[in-house]
Design a protein around this ligand. Structure first.
Ligand SMILES: Cc1cc2nc3c(=O)[nH]c(=O)nc-3n(C[C@H](O)[C@H](O)[C@H](O)COP(=O)(O)OP(=O)(O)OC[C@H]3O[C@@H](n4cnc5c(N)ncnc54)[C@H](O)[C@@H]3O)c2cc1C
Length: 383
């Protein structure tokens, strides 16, 4: 039984029905096209905003519904059967917009949040650079104060929503002489159209084809001082504070992906015949399916327990990192075996398991690699 069952109200259930119906009509039929185009069109974001499905947790005064995090989970859960891994609105709703809502001034919130909820403003966050990803302290992008502006210079890469975005939160070094590199970094909002801000090409990836992931260049990019998020020099601490939810969001996507891959594979093995019987009747295959079902069930129980902690504002670094690490690795184990049990069809684009296999691979890499998760967990063990 789901640990979350007692947390769901009739409103949650009605919301789930509405989301499912909406995805069936407005997402599923377009996934193939978006995958071929390498991008999800703005119109799809706008429609999602009109439905109230972007940032539903935002207070009503900013265009949200002021609801709990379970609504975000429902939006992610229901996305799994669409097989559209590249529509990165959860990154916008649950990872990036929270920076503005938590650290923004009243003026910044009034200026940006209603557009974020409506689908008029698509957001991105730019931390990674060509020379550094895991080691944020080695960041080179600088932001120098001059005449009421920050002059940003540097390059970012692998930025999700990088082509579509209207607003990007850039991590940059504002004090190169700080006692520690962690104290010299700030978060600055750069808007589309700012002179000196250039989006690079839409990067070709092995998976997540409908997700626009790009490079970004900042060349003497002048941004008004008012676009600083929170206090200067606190960027690293803000990132650390918000990373728990980011890791949970990744774990959520991986868990529901593993469940969907297993469901598809159980169905497939029951209908595909070899040597005169459905392949699910071979003991080896049934035992492997049983192992996967066990892993998926364990992932679900741990994820739900983390979600409950998160609802109670008690989710700690260790458990969030464990969820990101284990569930994303588990997805990759499961989805790879699921391809195997589809035989040659598992390698064919027309079977959703093929896309799920490609899309899954990055889950152990972005938002903190598995190795970085292990580093963080090990630091919590009092070794
Ligand atoms: C599709 C995609 C979307 C992305 N979206 C964004 C985005 O929106 N915004 C953004 O800022 N970034 C984004 N990223 C970047 C992503 O977060 C980084 O790629 C990731 O953090 C790893 O950094 P790196 O690529 O520089 O690898 P590196 O840091 O160079 O790591 C290479 C390998 O070394 C290992 N390693 C590094 N340090 C250690 C250590 N101390 N101990 C043991 N092993 C270690 C890593 O685990 C990895 O296996 C995205 C990446 C991809 C692929």
């Amino acid at each position: 039984m789901s640990l979350l069952e007692k947390y769901y109200t009739d409103e949650h259930r009605l919301f789930r029905d509405a989301v499912r119906r909406y995805y069936e009509k407005e997402v599923t039929p377009y996934v193939e096209k978006w995958e071929k185009d390498g991008i999800v069109p703005r119109q799809a974001w706008k429609k999602l905003g009109e439905m109230g499905f972007l940032c539903p947790w935002l207070p009503e005064e900013y265009g949200g519904m002021g609801v709990d995090f379970l609504y975000s989970f429902i939006l992610t859960e229901e996305l799994a059967p669409t097989h559209c891994g590249g529509f990165f609105f959860p990154l916008h709703s649950d990872i990036i917009v929270p920076y503005i809502s938590t650290f923004g001034t009243d003026e910044q919130k009034k200026r940006w949040l209603p557009g974020c909820a409506a689908g008029d403003i698509i957001t991105a966050v730019a931390m990674t650079e060509p020379g550094t990803g895991s080691d944020l302290a080695a960041m080179r992008t600088t932001a120098v104060k001059e005449d009421g502006h920050y002059i940003i210079n540097g390059q970012k890469t692998f930025i999700s929503n990088g082509i579509c975005c209207d607003l990007v939160i850039v991590a940059a070094v504002t004090n190169p002489n700080a006692a520690s590199p962690y104290e010299g970094m700030s978060l600055i909002v750069v808007e589309e159209g700012t002179p000196g801000f250039e989006k690079g090409r839409n990067l070709e990836k092995i998976g997540l084809h409908s997700q626009d992931t790009s490079e970004m260049a900042f060349v003497d990019c002048r941004v008004p001082e008012e676009n600083l998020l929170g206090q200067e020099g606190y960027g690293f601490y803000y990132l650390m504070e918000k990373l728990q939810q980011e890791r949970l969001v990744c774990a959520m996507g991986s868990q529901v992906g593993a469940e969907e891959a297993l469901r598809l594979t159980i169905d497939y093995t029951k209908t595909r015949e070899a040597f005169g019987r459905p392949i699910s009747r071979f003991q080896y295959i049934s035992f492997e399916l049983a192992k996967m079902a066990t892993e998926v069930e364990i992932g679900r129980a741990f994820l739900e327990s983390c979600l409950i902690d998160h609802l109670d504002k008690k989710l700690d670094v260790k458990r969030a990192s464990m969820a990101k690490y284990w569930i994303c690795e588990m997805l990759n184990r499961v989805v790879s075996q699921c391809v195997q049990f589809h035989g040659g069809y598992g390698y064919m684009e027309e079977y959703p398991i093929a896309r799920m296999f490609r899309d899954a691979r990055v889950q152990t890499i972005y938002a903190g690699t598995s190795e970085i998760m292990l580093l963080i967990i090990s630091r919590q063990l009092g070794l």
